[in-house]
Design a protein around this ligand. Structure first.
Ligand code: ATP
Ligand code: MG
Ligand code: MG
Length: 364
């Protein structure tokens, strides 16, 4: 079996690494000749919407999937007409546009922050008295790692914020005074079986995920699963889906979802019986899904903009290094490290060491 993946970054790479023991082969399509997954399979270079490349991909692959959600709609339509492609087009359409996504949550009775559509500076000024300060202006499309977002502290920020997003179609949403951020990841197979991972508790720095920690037996697990079940059913979803949530006063409210494997689930490689990457493949191939049970304590720390020395990471007990094979650039995720240990004290100890190391190495 050969799996086609749109995108050849670290997510595609980790999907391939999970697929080799299952006897799977891979073909990647990515504009970059030195994308980090390329060496793990065949690769096609060029624009995602190049009809010749897409035809080649369809020809070579038994099933096609994505590692990112900003696949142009016409590409998904083409793929869906010619081959099996998961997750479904509808999930991408919704996740690509924050305005559509937030309305979709509301239709499913999944609570969100208050939000409004912003197509002009006048719209923004009109929305603010109802939303109140602080608030966040977010471009509707293309944003990730907090890019295309500006915090609004008062009326004086509106004009400059609108300039920062360069007048792009946007939404403005109320700032959520959350006690913590969590995410939940599920896999749903072609025949409709579903498994949920334990919640991840996530810390961000400057809009970029820094640490994700497995929270087995979290009191908010049931509510998170309930929201995610509504999404999976409404989208007739196949593959892995991640839902990002804020906890406020003992309630969860939705931030956004990602129709793909997710950075907050990287700890599942060592910290769960079956990783999110393997379960994504099992789901799209309609194989039995694997157990998502946590194995002891587990957390993941991202390295952003600077590469750690392997020997420094590996000197930390219970640390598992994942270098992506990317050259460091400011703000770019280049590696992550998982800490997993059954003993809570050695787990805490190693995680603290790792967090210190990551702070030293970042953007070095
Ligand atoms: P990702 O890399 O997860 O795709 P993104 O660029 O799509 O990120 P968001 O997830 O919307 O952006 O926001 C990034 C982070 O900014 C959130 O994880 C959260 O820490 C903070 N944030 C976003 N929206 C709000 C909000 N309404 N209230 C408070 N904090 C927020
Ligand atoms: Mg996002
Ligand atoms: Mg996010």
């Amino acid at each position: 079996m050969k799996i086609g993946i749109l995108g050849a970054g670290q997510l595609a790479r980790m999907i391939a690494l999970a697929g080799f023991p299952l006897g799977l082969d891979f073909i990647f399509l990515d504009p970059s000749v030195d994308a980090c997954a390329n060496r793990l399979g065949e690769h096609l270079h060029g624009d995602y919407s190049d009809p010749v490349l897409l035809a080649q991909l369809v020809e070579c692959a038994d099933v096609v999937t994505y590692e990112f959600e900003n696949v142009p709609a016409q590409v998904v339509d083409y793929l869906a007409e010619h081959t099996k492609v998961y997750p479904p087009a509808k999930a991408l359409e919704v996740a690509q546009d924050r305005w559509v996504e937030k309305n979709f949550f509301q239709e499913l009775d999944i609570p969100t922050a208050k939000f409004a559509l912003v197509s002009s500076l006048e719209d923004l000024a009109f929305a603010m008295p109802t939303l109140g300060y602080p608030a966040i202006l977010k471009s509707r499309t293309q944003g990730y790692d907090g890019k295309g977002q500006v915090v609004l502290k008062s009326e004086a920020d509106l004009k400059s914020a609108w300039e920062i997003v360069q007048g792009a179609p946007s939404i403005v949403e109320a700032f959520v005074p959350f006690s913590r951020e969590v995410s939940i990841i599920a896999a749903r197979s072609v025949s409709g079986s579903v498994v949920f991972y334990p919640l991840s508790e996530n810390q961000h720095q400057g809009g970029i995920l820094r640490v994700a920690e497995c929270r087995a037996n979290d009191p908010m697990q049931a509510q998170a699963e309930d929201y995610l079940t509504r999404l999976l059913n409404a989208l007739d979803y196949v593959g892995v889906l991640a839902l990002e949530l804020f906890e406020v006063e003992g309630q969860l409210i939705a931030n956004e979802f990602a129709p793909r494997v997710h950075n907050s689930g990287h700890w599942t490689i060592e910290g769960a019986e079956t990783s999110q990457f393997e379960n994504h493949l099992r789901a799209i191939l309609d194989l039995p899904l694997g157990s998502t049970a946590a194995i002891g304590n587990a957390a993941m720390v991202n390295f952003i903009g600077g590469l750690p020395e392997a020997k420094e990471v590996l000197a930390i007990a219970n640390a598992h290094l994942h270098l992506y094979g990317k050259s460091p650039r400011k703000g770019r995720k280049v590696a992550h490290v998982t800490v997993r240990a059954s003993n809570s004290e050695s787990y805490r100890n190693s995680l603290e060491k790792l967090e210190r190391l990551a702070t030293q190495v970042d953007d070095s």
